[in-house]
Design a protein around this ligand. Structure first.
Ligand code: EPZ
Length: 419
């Protein structure tokens, strides 16, 4: 097991390059199940969730080659095992994204029910109900989803809730279904759009991306393509908050500012000076203490739930009070007790945390619980006086490539040590 040891107080300076988006890489890897030929994917991040995805696909009969240029050549055109085993699915809920493609291509699937996780129960009813509407027969027993179909057919899908992976599952299923599928109340996250861009390059007929209504006309075959994964906007946002919380000045390269309008708006509200061009964002906090910002998470293009914990760390040292309301997940405040142990003044009231900024936090021994909560503890440690240790670093490795190396490049005093 590893932990991070951080000595806080250094304003971050310099520039970093974001990695490919975790939440675009996973569905695009699973879309390889739909193709009759291999995909060649570049800008894929080296993350444990990506390794899990590759292991799961290999377990089902995919072959992949890691090319010299870092791209990954994946061939899932002849799966031999239509089961996604519990042992792998339990470590990564996004494995549910094998369901739509397997039903569309192989008409059968047995997938372990993805359990809940630290941030919530994470049901998959929207995925299952929509696939039944498209002609799937689905039974859930002994912790597995048993699904089959004579052939998926297009349908009108009205999602009661905006769901990123439910939208992605149905877009993939509909790409090879017979007829036209309309998805109302579709998720519009940039990662959904990246999946759609890749599917269209493979020959899918999809319209309405970046809107809440998607129309997919099923085709018979999807071909192999070369595709570069979009940058990770949540990784970029995390580093920008790290610069803001330490009063520093950094440039984040390889990022689409347009995908981060809500986060950039909130960073400006904290008093950060932000300059953007086509593929980079520069943040200069000029050594200032941040102003408090009120946050209410909701679906894209509004403020992303995946940036909520990071802004709570920033608000913890802000000059005044703020509220943070989480509307997407029912238990995404696991970072609150840990930040409080560093001296943050946080009061949980239902799905809102009231934060009274303190002048500074003090280092402490902390425990990571989920991916973004762990990121907020790193940010707090970078700003705190004294030394902070964060155990269970594997949570961070799910979504942040080379996290300590990138922070070191920005001048942080951070080490990964065995314990
Ligand atoms: C995706 O999860 C992301 N994961 C999450 O990122 C992200 O936090 C989330 O979208 C919201 O943006 C990936 O893309 C791999 P949802 P997803 O379905 O699709 C409820 C990270 O940190 N719901 O959009 O699982 C659900 O409980 C991760 O990178 C149902 O009720 O989230 C939640 O309240 C964490 N029934 C809401 O919808 C369903 O069938 C939105 O969840 C599906 C979802």
């Amino acid at each position: 097991m590893y932990k991070l040891v951080i000595n806080g107080g250094t304003p971050l300076k310099g520039s970093i390059k974001t990695s490919g988006s975790k939440n675009a890489t996973l569905p695009i890897f699973f879309s390889s199940i739909l193709a009759d030929e291999p995909l060649k994917l570049s800008n894929t991040p080296q993350l444990s969730d990506v390794s899990t995805t590759l292991r799961l696909l290999m377990d089902m009969g995919s072959n992949f080659v890691l090319e010299e240029d870092g791209s990954i050549f994946i061939d899932s055109s002849a799966l031999t095992n239509l089961t996604a085993e519990y042992s792998l699915v339990k470590t990564m809920r996004a494995s549910i994204l094998t369901l739509g493609p397997m039903l569309a291509k192989y008409k059968k699937a047995k997938i372990s029910l993805p359990g809940g996780c630290a941030i919530g129960t994470r049901p998959v009813n929207l995925h299952l109900d929509a696939l039944e509407k498209m002609g799937a027969t689905i039974e859930v027993k002994n912790g597995y989803i048993y699904a089959s179909t004579k052939g998926l057919v297009g349908a009108q899908i009205n999602f009661d809730l905006i769901s990123v992976t439910a939208t992605e599952n149905i877009v993939m299923a509909a790409s090879l279904a017979k007829g036209i599928t309309t998805i109302n109340n579709a998720a519009q996250e940039p990662e959904v759009t990246d999946l759609i861009r890749c599917l269209k390059k493979m020959g899918a007929k999809i319209s309405g991306e970046n809107t809440s209504t998607l129309v997919i006309e099923g085709v018979d075959i999807l071909s192999g393509v070369e595709y570069a994964i979009c940058p990770d906007r949540i990784e970029a946002g995390t580093y920008l908050v790290a610069a803001a919380i330490t009063g520093g000045k950094i440039t984040v390269n390889n990022i689409e500012p347009d995908a981060m309008r809500a986060v950039i708006g909130k960073l400006i509200e904290t008093g950060a000076d932000i300059q953007t061009n086509q593929n980079s964002i520069k943040l200069d906090m000029k050594g200032k203490r941040p102003y408090p910002v009120n946050i209410r998470t909701s679906a894209y293009p509004n403020f992303p739930t995946d940036m909520q914990a990071q802004f709570m760390a920033l608000n913890s040292i802000a000059e005044g009070s703020s509220t943070i309301t989480e509307t997407i997940f029912e238990n995404r405040f696991m970072h609150v007790p840990e930040l409080s142990r560093m001296g943050a003044n946080l009061k949980l009231e239902g799905n809102t945390v009231v934060c009274k900024g303190v002048k500074s936090l003090s280092g402490a021994n902390l425990m990571a619980t989920d991916l973004r909560a762990s990121a907020s503890l790193v940010l707090a440690g970078l700003a705190a006086q004294g030394s902070t240790t964060i155990e269970r670093v594997y949570h961070l490795d799910r979504g942040y490539e080379m996290i300590e190396e990138k922070f070191k490049m920005l001048g942080a005093d951070i080490e990964r040590v065995q314990h």
